[in-house]
Design a protein around this ligand. Sequence first.
Ligand SMILES: [Zn+2]
Length: 316
Amino acid sequence: MIQDIAPHVFHNEYTKKKPSEDSLFLFFNGQKILIKTPEVSEDAQNQPEEPGNPEIAYFTLSQIRSLLPSAAEYIECNSVFLFTIDTQDFFLFMQPQERQMPSHEEIAGFIMDKYSQSFDNGLATLHPLSVLRTGVPRHLAFAGITGHQLYLWYQSRRFCGKCGRPLRHSDKERMMYCEHCHHMEYPVLCPAVIVAVTHGDKLLLTKYEGRDYKRYALIAGFAEIGESIEETVRREVMEEVGLRVKNIRYYKSQPWSFSGTLLFGFFCDLDGDDTITLDTEELSVADWFTRDEIMDDGENVSLTREMMRVFKTSRP
Ligand SMILES: [Zn+2]
């Protein structure tokens, strides 16, 4: 799955750190990430390019310094420590927070756009985040998508939600606080469930309505305030396909930063009638599939696909 980056080790303990010359910097622009163009050896230049997984690379501070000498100090001073993988530190370039109310012109002239375009001259390219689903090496793809979740959080925590004044970074933990009214903001995690409903030799598969993701998936949905995660499982299955379930078994969890969620995977058994009543606002298709009918395209990024594969290859 996307978080399985062994032998590399992800460390997300927050400390107030300054970047070193070999720290890696992540740059985002909305739903896009700046990927450094891989350096190609002379031998490889003469070879025809092979289609495969996109290569993920980022800039170190020293590389930024040599490419954009006038901007390096500015980028260094407006960055926040994200996390470490093995001994490699990752930093996020952030828009300065001082301005009270940015005008449209200021937002349009957001400094990252400017630098992204400077980079976008063959040295690097802005890619849609989906490049991180299949990009290699896997630990750098995981760094990119995890960094993007933090980027979105920081972007929307620039001003106090209670009094509107600028928020400050805590020195001690990953938290933003308001000096005026003492309001505190911690990173937001949205718990959600992925549910594999089984019925003897069959598994319930669905397709989402009105989304880009067109392949078969499992029942999924966000936890609501006031319910346990097992109650989320029962409620989501009832809402989406009108079925009762029993024997709910926790499988694994997965941080899924593409949608800012922490996913909890559960297997459960159908309880009673197998007649599906489709919630057509959420789903376009829902049906029972035998082990032989479940498709496997080899994708090993998501918890959903792993759970489908586990059912397909398990002995009934
Ligand atoms: Zn405040």
